[in-house]
Design a protein. Structure first.
Lengths: 269, 295
């Protein structure tokens, strides 16, 4: 039997719950988990003040309720599985290096910032700065995978250094801004200024996008690697058509204000 | 020992420790995958003169390849891990990367790896891109038809080279037919290749020569034309042709399985004897006894 935390009291202000992660609470009993300290705004509180805790901490953890005001869930997680039946708050999976977080709802801003491994799956939409670097930091996501089934807002993959971000819906502006490496796949439409300041890395879009003037068109082709990548995407439950698997893609190189070694691949409809 | 009318000599094939690798070559069509595989496995019959031994293991359907394109599985063997790495870089670089539409993937999971794509990437002159996918690093090297995709490293493992059978027949036609039947049966075994042309070698060799600079020379004991002059001819009465099949495999069980099915397939009317080549057991690390393959 896995561990279940059911939200019984909605926090009035954001609840800092960085200690709620499956890897560090394994083996703890219900009362010990209920006694884990959290910050309710600037006031100390316990997990039990907000959650009813049942079951056994065996590496798999279920959280139920609208957790939109609960921050830092799964932060620095190294292993195990956290399944959120509802919405998740900001800074989900911050700096995680292993394990899996599944959100059966929407997630707020800052999903998986500076994570280095593991996987985050959001079945709804997510906010700004998915897989990004924190302000002042030079590197964003360092590895792992973030899969958002719905839409995302601005600055997805900001300064990401490695890893894979898949967006099933649309992305906002500045997708892959200042990207250093890694891959972002957007199955819907991208906003403006995608890849601005990118040094290396790959952004894939299944729809035409407005390109910055600092990107230059190279050719129309079918990258073998992209076929493999899209097969990988299809395994995550997102729908990839045969046209996308076998189609031709425009290759744009940029950003020429930087190394000019990045690429944006756009499906030729 | 006999199977039907063919004598099976109570001897053993002496096989050697080698290092092996499996290379998956894919392309837009079977034609191009095969072209690259044939190029890569050309001039790779014997380590004596080619520094490696290689052959096509089997064709792969689109469901079996990493990029879901038609593919060919190639096995390549060399005497040591370092040499194998060098041969892979040379042959993937010169024979696969050069062939239109191809990609090249590691086909062997092993604790030992050698850098291949990680070396070939420099051909990209700084324009190469690396990607991690499903736990493996791939290199995308820009080429004139698009990109050459290659695994950064390839798994290598201790392997077995030099499994063999010798088929002694009453004439050339009968012996060729038996050798063909044997190679066809052996090709069905996974994890082995037959490195010689269409799997058959007529110029079996012995160690050494009367000429000091040669490390190997014709196996006069099995040359029918020398039966009257060589002191220890092994060509039995009524045999006028000898053909050898050499088998390299990723492990000794695969080599033994191939020898077993090949031996049985080669038994035909007119095949006088089937035997195996060895060096008295003094050189190779593996002895594969024919008597264990008869049942």
């Amino acid at each position: 039997m896995s561990l279940n935390l059911i939200l019984h009291t909605l926090p009035e202000v954001p609840l800092e719950a960085a200690l709620l992660r499956p890897d560090t609470i394994t083996g703890m009993n219900e009362s010990a988990i209920a006694g884990i300290k959290v910050m309710h705004g600037n006031q100390p509180a316990c997990v039990g003040d907000f959650f009813k805790v049942t079951g056994k901490a065996n590496g798999e953890m279920h959280l139920e309720g609208d957790l939109a005001r609960i921050k830092h869930l799964g932060a620095n997680m190294t292993s195990g599985q956290m399944i959120i039946h509802g919405n998740a708050g900001v800074h989900l999976g911050t700096g995680m290096s292993g394990g899996e977080i599944i959100v059966d709802g929407d997630a707020a801003d800052w999903v998986g910032p500076e994570m280095s491994g593991g996987r985050i799956i959001v079945k709804g939409s997510a906010g700004h700065l998915v897989g990004s670097a924190y302000r002042g930091s030079t590197k964003g996501m360092l590895g792992g995978e973030i899969i958002i089934h719905g839409n995302v807002k601005n600055e997805t993959g900001h300064a990401m250094r490695n890893g894979l971000i898949i967006v099933g819906g649309n992305s906002g502006d500045f997708t892959g801004v200042n990207m250093l490496a890694g891959t972002i796949v957007v199955l819907g439409e991208m906003g403006i200024r995608s890849g601005a300041g990118m040094k290396r890395g790959t952004i894939v879009s299944m729809h035409q996008a407005e390109m910055l003037p600092t990107f230059s068109y190279s050719c129309l082709y079918h990258p073998t690697y992209l076929g493999m990548l899209l097969q990988h995407v299809a395994k995550t439950g997102l729908k990839i058509s045969n046209q996308h698997l076998q189609g031709q893609y425009q290759r744009w190189c940029g950003d020429s204000v930087e190394f000019n070694r990045g690429e944006i691949l756009i499906y030729q409809e | 020992m006999k199977i039907k009318t063919t004598e099976i000599v109570d001897t053993f094939a002496e096989a050697f420790k080698m290092w092996g690798s499996r290379i998956i070559i894919t392309a837009e069509t079977r034609q191009w995958a095969l072209a690259a595989a044939q190029s890569m496995t050309g001039f790779a019959t014997s380590v004596i003169g080619c520094k490696c031994e290689a052959g096509i293991e089997r064709e792969l359907s689109v469901d079996e390849t990493p990029d879901q394109r038609p593919g060919i599985s190639v096995l390549l063997f060399a005497m040591d891990m370092e040499g194998l790495g060098k041969r892979l870089v040379e042959r993937v670089g010169q024979c696969v990367m050069t062939c239109p539409t191809t990609a090249c993937f590691n086909g062997l999971e092993s604790e030992h790896t050698v850098m291949v794509g990680g070396q070939l990437r420099y051909f990209g002159d700084g324009h190469q891109l690396s990607k991690n996918l499903d736990g493996q690093r791939l290199w995308r090297i820009p080429v004139m038809d698009g990109e050459f995709l290659v695994s950064e490293s390839f798994g290598v493992q201790p392997a077995v080279g030099g499994g063999n059978i010798l088929i002694l027949g009453k004439d050339l036609g009968t012996t060729l037919k038996a050798a063909n039947a044997a190679t066809k049966a052996m090709h069905a075994i996974a994890g082995v290749i037959l490195p010689f042309p269409d799997g058959v070698v007529r110029s079996g060799s012995k160690v050494g020569s009367k000429y000091k600079t040669l490390i190997a020379s014709t196996n006069d004991a099995y040359c029918p034309t020398l039966r009257g002059v060589t002191e220890q001819s092994a060509v039995v009465a009524d045999a006028n042709c000898v053909l050898e099949i050499v088998i390299d495999g990723l492990d000794v069980n695969a080599v033994e399985s191939a020898m077993r099915v090949g031996l049985h397939a080669a038994v035909k009317p007119g095949i006088k004897q089937i035997t195996a080549g060895n060096y008295g057991g003094n050189l190779g690390q593996f002895k594969i006894y024919l008597k264990n393959l008869v049942d």
